[in-house]
Write a protein that binds this ligand. Sequence first.
Ligand SMILES: *Cc1c(COP(=O)(O)O)cnc(C)c1O
Length: 406
Amino acid sequence: MHPFPLAFAVQANQLVVGGERVGALVERVGSTPLYVYDRAVMSERIATLRQALPAGLHLHYAVKANPMPAVLRHLAGCVDGFDVASGGELTLALEAGMAAQRISFAGPGKRREELEQAVAAGVQISVESESQLAAVAQVGARFGLRPRVAIRVNPDFELKSSGMRMGGGASPFGIDAERLPILLSRLDGEVLDFRGLHVFAGSQNLSAVAIAEAQQHTLALAGRLAEHVPGPLHSLNLGGGFGIPYFPGDRPLDLAEVGARLAQSMMPMPPALRETQLIIELGRYIVGEAGLYLCRVLERKVSRGQCFLITDGGLHHHLAASGNLGQVIRKNYPVVVANRVISSEPETPATVVGPLCTPLDRLAVDMPLGHARVGDLIGILQSGAYGLTASPTGFLSHPLPQEVLV
Ligand SMILES: *Cc1c(COP(=O)(O)O)cnc(C)c1O
């Protein structure tokens, strides 16, 4: 059915999420469209990560991948920390029960109120520029506090074959590595509680070799930079970038290979990093495969020989599946008829669209879904990350979908 293994089983020809068949699940929730997230899949991903990665490494969750409060409450008990990228996410992280000392706050362009919130809460601020560093110091002085800071480094290398590259050249993220020796040696430990370094070089990468190379470069770079720090380097956030398969031909990331190569890169550790806590921060790898977007077929329409399934869901809820969230060429996400997975008749192609009055609103193009009937549920897999909150929900003023954690 699909070129890679899916996180959900099929029972009585229906997808099963969190032990429930989708038909019963939708009846219980009461309406479509909806996002459903399976907590067992998240826990399983985390267990797999912990097993594959070197012991003692800390695992952080990047909240922007999926900030649903119930998801955060679940993950707060499974990971070692949260990474947030706004004052709003910081509030969600604290409300989910994550301890302030285990939260780090990244992002260019932090507003004064956000810095004040972060300093007062005592979270670690990943500083992205020299002027942000000065602003944090000012807030600390005004509050009579010593803000906890890490410096985000704009590395002098890139994460190769990455979905989104964020290093190697000019960047709004982090401080250029070559400026850091002087900046680090001048840090005033009385004003700032300097904790460590943060390097995030890219996202959605399926190559273990590329990820391992970036990690190796990060360790070497941090090892050199740490020698300029007056005190010890408490933590080093190595970034993440672990991808998940979305499209035909995507091969799942070889996690064992990533772990083995990282262990190798840590032997020996650069002397300045021997006491340093290493951190990996991941978003989509933890939640992406745990999520399913479900919408209902409102109409089945044939136009000039092509079958269109018109649904109550669309790009206003799931921009990424429509191909409009940064993709260069539109490719189909894995999409199934969730309550009638396998057709009893020979399969015919169909295109799944939403209710929006724009030709961009396509959730699947020419996929073998032609057996779907009016009232059936279309399920988009790999939808747990960058789904609802990465979509233009105000566009065309349709209702919001529900979100449920099972
Ligand atoms: C978005 C982001 C992440 C998470 O990226 P994923 O591809 O979802 O794993 C991690 N760290 C930082 C700094 C980010 O901005």
